[in-house]
Write a protein that binds this ligand. Sequence first.
Ligand code: AVJ
Length: 315
Amino acid sequence: MNSNFKKDINDGLSSPIKTLSSKYFYDTAGDALFVKIMNLPEYYLTKAEFDIFKNQTQNIIKSLNIEPDTFFELVELGAGDGTKTKELLKVLISENYNFKYLPVDISNNALDKLKANLNTELPTLKVSKKQGDYFDVLDSLKASNHPKVVLFLGSNIGNMEDEQAKLFISKLSNSLNISDNVLLGVDLIKSKDIVLPAYNDKSGVTKAFNLNLLNRINNELDADFNIDAFSHQPEYTEKEGIARSFIVSNKEQEVRIGALDKVFKFKKDEKIHTEISRKYNDTILNTILENSQLKKVTKLLDSKSYFADYILIKS
Ligand code: AVJ
């Protein structure tokens, strides 16, 4: 992990167009900042998807290929704190569905917290946590042959460029059996005055979240980034439907990364690309699904039509 981090940071900062991957946002400080982001008034994504899970639970269940008396596995990729999923879990339990919940996450710490919380709040729920990389876990699940429902919520797929998303979907599809379902949550393309503030909140939490990546490099790779000499810059065009975040160097400066024994030069106003948050519509989703065996069954929208949960079936 650390050697990958070191190599990726070196590659990203050595390239003529500097980039750092958003997957490195989530150290302990980053996890805590993301929880704050989900509670920001400007960050509509979590609220919109919660609205779907809370108010359209029956529609979700109806669209899934499940029956109360047939055992199935409910797998969640990147489970987080389970707030949205709990709305679904509660109803499945009260309607006597026979299933096991399998939250998957890179962070064992997050999984332990989630499991403890579920044991208290939903004591009859069968939970079995899976720590690791999504695909290793999916491969291991393939051995079971029980019907599956895979949740991939929160517009987490938005952090992938379209080519990566296609690859991800086809790998996901390959790890499922015919008639298994996927519930995919995506943020929808909408106007700049709604999207941009979600990545540029007034209280500066998203700024801290983005710049925390430099703190992490300072801490883990013995670097001397002066955080105050860099700014947070989000961009969004409705035409493209893509929000991107950058870290911008406020001045010409040099930064030394001890673990690489190397100095990196930054020009004034030079940008480091740190994150893509792709927004979707039906056409874009169709292209992503095009060469996979996953087909659309249902599309559920929140009351403001900001966000969509698509239910897909492997066929
Ligand atoms: C967790 C990937 C869905 O892109 O909206 C929030 C992460 N970045 N604010 C997103 C994020 C800045 C978030 N996802």
